[in-house]
Design a protein around this ligand. Structure first.
Ligand code: FES
Length: 92
């Protein structure tokens, strides 16, 4: 099962392949902050330390929210991430 690692504190949680980053975080009380959980507030913005190739590409709605909240290349919304393999992330 893929692992999500949080660079913030070095902790890791499991996630089903093709599973939701948000759900995995909620199920495991993970150290990542969320707000709306539907891709509109930007609270959950993160960047990859490793494994950015192991998530599905952003959809247009996610890109629109990212445009409004950051200029950082490769930033993503945690609540919209679909995880396919091991990733390491940190909040932006
Ligand atoms: S929690 Fe609001 S955009 Fe992800």
């Amino acid at each position: 099962m893929p692992q999500i690692t949080f660079a913030r504190d070095g902790s890791s949680i499991p996630v089903e392949a093709g599973g939701s980053f948000l759900k995995a975080c909620q199920d495991h009380d993970a150290p990542h902050d969320f707000g709306c959980t539907v891709g509109s507030c930007g609270t959950c913005v993160l960047v990859f330390v490793a494994g950015s190739e192991h998530v599905d590409p952003p959809k247009p709605d996610e890109l629109e929210t990212l445009d409004m909240c950051t200029d950082v290349q490769g930033a993503r919304l945690g609540c919209q991430l679909v995880v396919r393999g091991d990733i390491t992330v940190k909040p932006l």
